[in-house]
Structure formats: structure tokens, C-alpha cells
Write a new protein. Sequence first.
Length: 360
Amino acid sequence: MSRERQFWIWLVILVGVIGIVFVTSSVLLPFVAGMAVAYFLDPLADRLEGWGCSRWVATTIITVAFFAVVVLLLILLFPLLQGQVVSLATKLPDLVGGLTSWLEPFRDRIATLVPAEQMEELRSATKSFAGSIITWFGSVVQRIWQGGLAVFNLLSLVLITPIVSFYMLRDWDRIVAKIDGWLPRRSADDIRMVMGEIDTTVAGFVRGQGTVCLFLAAFYGIGLTLVGLDFGLSIGLATGLISFIPYFGMLIGMVIAFAVAFAQFSDLMPFVLVAVVFGAGQVIESMFLTPKLVGDRVGLHPVWVIFALLAGGALFGFTGVLLAVPVAATVGVLVRYFIRKYLESDLYGGERDSSAGSGI
């Protein structure tokens, strides 16, 4: 079979997979979540197997323990978080009004430096841009809500995800071996190499970055609560959990925390303590957690990750958010692979540059 024909066959398969995901995205969430949990827990199951447990016993122990911890945390945290979220939503207009009043002197100062016509144009452009951003972000959130948190999907997530996780975790090694047996023999080594790079990249993000996010959620939640910040537990947990979005997650949490602190406190010390909590979290993450748990295995540019997450959420809802990083990792590895092949080919001229293509 010629390479051109192989290319078209793989392209048809890719288009078919994308089409299936698009058509079934409304019911795909619990299956994707179950696969993600199984992938996250597979190294632990392998370790228990190495200690003498059968795969079935290891899978049962790990699955029951994992979901028991999740349910326990939800039971303990849900009442606190519910009250804080409702209270935050109630006080949000007052927070925005207070922040606007605080910014008025700066606005007046700018108005003295900028001509009135340009100031009005700037104000109109700012309102238009802000409105567009809010509308776009609202549509993304609405899509995620409709695609991931509808009543049916929420029930299926609770009931089906543990079952999918159990069977995927139990049969993970057999599934991998079966797929490996289907590979075309001539290209099997190259495909294994590429899939190994994809696995390393995804594992570094899902397992490593996931562990970092859980630690940061606990650290920020406890730290902001000890500072005495209103809604500190909710803000801290949310900030930690969205820290997988490079820069944006921590920044949005810090802005909200300072806005709440501005409305709550009148002296400087609480602001300093809030800054210390976020600063300490970033130091621990960048100097200890990320180098140890993630290292340089991810190889995904932050801008590429942000784009993938937003595009996945806009297209497929919460399911798209879950699929965004594996898809981004796959695309990045494939692009680097084809660049290497191009640099080794006669089309390039026979020269090699191993450093090219490392930023995707």
C-alpha cells in the first residue's frame, strides 16, 4: 500500500473519530471521565500488582478507595461551598460597585491627560471590548454547563463514571496490548515511539499537573480561610483546581481574592497576607511541585494549552475540556515528529536540527 493511500485512510479515520465525538458529545462525559480516572490510577494498580495483588483485586481496592474519598470530600465541603457561593453571588454587585468607586480617581486622572473626544472613544471601545469578552466567555460557560452539567449528564456522571473507571482500569493493560497487536507491522515501531511520547506528555499533565492542582486547591483554600477572607475556601479551591490553565487560573483567583479583600478590610495587613498566600503557593509550585511531579515531560506551550481548553469547551462543553489536553498533546507530538522527519528528509536538504519544533 502506498504512503499516499495510507495517509488518506488515516485522515478518514481521524475525521470519523471527530464526527463521532461531535455527535455523541452530549452523552460522552461519564465515559471520558471514567477513562481519565482509570488513566490517572493505572500506575497505582500496576504497583499493587507488583506487590502480589491480582489485577481484579487491585482495581477493586483502588476504585472503591478513590470514589469513597471523593464522596467524603463532597459531603464535607458541599455545605460550606454552597453557602459561600450563594453569598458571593449576592454580594458580587456590591463588590463591583466598590471596585468601580475605588478606580474613579484613576479614571479622573486619566481624563485630565487625555482629550475628551479620545477619552470618550476609549470608553466606548473599552465597553465594546468588555461586552464582547463577557458575551464570548458567557457562551463558553453556557456551552460547558449545557454539555457537562445538565441533569441527565450529572446523574450519568455519578452513576456511570465509577463503573467505566473500574472496567477500564481492570482491562487497561489488555486494551493497550490488543491495540498494539492491530498496528500495521511496517510502521509499528514508529507508532509505538509516537504513542510513547504522547503518553509521557499526557501523563505529565494529567497525573503530575492534576496532583499539583489538588495540592494548590487545599493550600489556597486553607490559607485564605486562615487569613479570614470571606469566601476564602471557595476562592482557594477554585483557584487551585483551575491552575492547570497556565497563568490564567492563578491570576483570576488572585484578582477575585483582592477584590473581596478590598470590600472586606480597611487596613493593609490582610492584603499583605492574601499576597503571601498566593506568593507562597507559587513558590512551592514552581520550585518543588512542578519540577518533581511534572518536570519537562509535558512539552506543551502555555498558549497552546489555553487555546485547546477554550476551544474544547466552546465546541464540546465539559467533555471538550477533558479531551482538550490529550488532543493538544497528541497534536504537539505529531507536529514535532513530522518536523523531525522533514528535517531528516531530502526535501529539507539532509541537514538535521534536533532543537526545532520543541515549543508546541
